[in-house]
Write a protein that binds this ligand. Structure first.
Ligand code: ADP
Ligand code: MG
Length: 318
């Protein structure tokens, strides 16, 4: 509908003198029209074409809603000082779904997921507007407990970042902070089960008191995942969680994502389209701060609805 309207506008812009600026029809025009008229004819053409491009990119192709949403985002805009990093993003994240966020570097993927647990609050120049809800509650409400929010909406970063503490203490930190265990036995239980669910237990069960930083990169990332799930989140945000890992460690994390999706909603930023195709049910394609397309992963990779998406997934740029 909106696309048809845009095309209609482009067609209007395209007829008559606006057809081809600088083309022979304009250059050879020796009739009554003055230079002034020519300039006027040219200016709106450029403006309308730009507007049409803007509007076309602004219209997200596909379905940004989820049937059983945990998080709903409407009209998300983010600025860093003068830089308008995200424009009018609408997107739901559904219960127990894995959604992949893809797109060229700098298109706003990290910025977007940081909005969901208010990590952008920590960036002085960042300004966020729009509506962000978790189960209908306003994430940006003044009364929102941000520490609790970041437990409910956990985050795993590109570079594994274990605390300089023991393996045990890395995982116990959150449950302690949030008072989730009444005694040491309960805390042990949370730590052990989190390490099991993160697929790390067998490798570390005999050295829980050793520093987390002594583990391999892949193990450290699983430790960070254990730390995240130890506080019983509902949503896990992963920002390129495998880009610092070798293929074997990556495969382990991907298996883990698959298992975790039975209990958590996961939004994963990835530069690997193969990874997005392997782990996600839905894929969102960002471009220059816009959400260009979001749909079932199969659809986005095999039959994208937007030219920009197609160019990206076929490797024409990125
Ligand atoms: N802390 C920041 N301060 C200023 N600009 C930032 C900051 N973080 C990101 N940006 C800018 O916002 C845009 C989106 O960046 P980002 O969300 O990191 O993209 P992506 O994760 O897709 O690579 C880029 O233009 C980037 O330079
Ligand atoms: Mg990023």
């Amino acid at each position: 509908m909106a696309k048809a309207a845009i095309m209609a506008r482009s067609a209007t812009a395209g007829d008559g003198a606006l057809a081809d600026a600088g083309g022979p029809a304009l250059r050879d025009d020796k009739d009554n029209s003055s230079n002034m008229n020519r300039r006027e004819a040219r200016q709106p053409r450029i403006a309308i074409a730009d507007l049409a491009r803007e509007a076309e990119a602004a219209q997200t192709v596909g379905d940004f809603t989820a049937t059983d949403p945990v998080i709903t985002v409407r009209g998300c805009n983010v600025w860093y000082g003068e830089t308008h990093a995200l424009r009018d993003i609408n997107l739901d994240i559904g219960r127990n779904e894995v959604i992949a966020l893809i797109g060229p570097s700098g298109c706003g993927k990290s910025t977007f997921i940081r909005c969901l647990n208010r990590m952008n609050d920590t960036i002085e120049t960042a300004r966020v507007s729009g509506e962000f809800r978790m189960h209908g509650e306003d994430i940006y409400d003044r009364k929102t407990d941000v520490v609790l929010l970041r437990a409910r909406v956990g985050m795993v970063f590109q570079k594994p970042n274990p605390f300089p503490k023991s393996i045990y203490e890395n995982v116990a930190y959150g449950p302690r902070l949030h008072g989730l265990a009444a005694n040491r036995a309960e805390l042990d239980e949370i730590v052990h089960s989190s390490l099991r669910r993160a697929g790390l237990w067998d490798e570390v069960k005999d050295r829980l008191e050793e520093p987390g930083t002594g583990l391999s990169g892949g193990q450290q990332q699983r430790l960070c995942i254990a730390r995240t799930i130890a506080v019983s989140p509902e949503v896990i945000l992963m920002d390129e969680p495998c880009s610092a890992l070798d293929p074997i460690a990556t495969a382990r994390i991907e298996d883990l994502i698959d298992e975790l999706s039975q209990n958590y909603a996961i939004a994963i930023v990835t530069h690997s389209m193969q990874q997005a195709a392997r782990v996600s049910r839905r894929t969102a394609y960002f471009h220059l701060g816009r959400l260009v397309e979001v749909d079932a992963t199969d659809k986005v990779f095999t039959n994208p609805g937007h030219k920009l998406t197609e160019d990206y997934v076929t490797g024409r740029f990125g």
